[in-house]
Design a protein around this ligand. Sequence first.
Ligand code: ADP
Ligand code: MG
Length: 254
Amino acid sequence: AAKPDPLLVVDGVSRSFGGLTAVHVEHLEIQRGTITSLIGPNGAGKSTLFNVLSGFDKADSGTWTFDGRPATGRAAHRMARRGLVRTFQLTKTLSKMTVLDNMKLAATGQRGEQVLPALLPPLWRRQEKEITGRADELLERFRLAHMRDEYAGTLSGGQRKLLEMARALMVRPTMIMLDEPMAGVNPALTQSLLGHITDLRDEGMTVCFVEHDMDVVMGISDWVVCLAEGRIVAEGPPSSVAKNPAVIDAYLGK
Ligand code: ADP
Ligand code: MG
């Protein structure tokens, strides 16, 4: 393997809900340019860890750095600007916007949308054109171009998954966190989503994704981290993690 080059370094991060420790991670490193899968049974803390590291939730303790700089407790929009984004399922509100507007919103966020066009019309128009160009490029790549001006709510389940991924790429992230991108998707589309994920890695992006189906992740992961009851119980290359007794226990225990 290549020399370690961690993009995300996590130390002693914990998050509790009431009396329940959802996450307690002593140490975790995500290597730049890899596909790292986070596996584990339901309730293991995978989504909570994603939320904390991407700035959508607060840790109770611990520290982490992203791209060599402190990132502990930074808000999601700041992390996005620094190149770390996570995907979210399409909400009701977003369903009532067109596919293109979904893409544009992902680039600008909610902040400054009214302010910028009012204060700096020429700059805004140039930026708007750039953003639309980027959106169209990505819609093409994810085969959604024909749905550009339709309401996002009219997309099929699989197309929604593609849009979620495309949205996240609007900010040209260094690292993308995908929470169960394949959930509820048919096998053909699963293959296509896995292809997109591999392509992103091959282009140099760091991908971290949550998936509870071990078979799905084994083929494409460079590294696999298994969480159970909030703790890392095993990590390593997919072949070694697949036969690790702690991992087998974690799955059979549920
Ligand atoms: P996973 O994504 O691995 O299925 P989660 O991170 O969603 O697991 O949940 C980990 C644990 O934390 C679960 O026991 C879950 O019920 C609990 N949990 C997650 N979010 C909340 C919350 N907002 N309030 C209370 N408990 C939560
Ligand atoms: Mg989850």
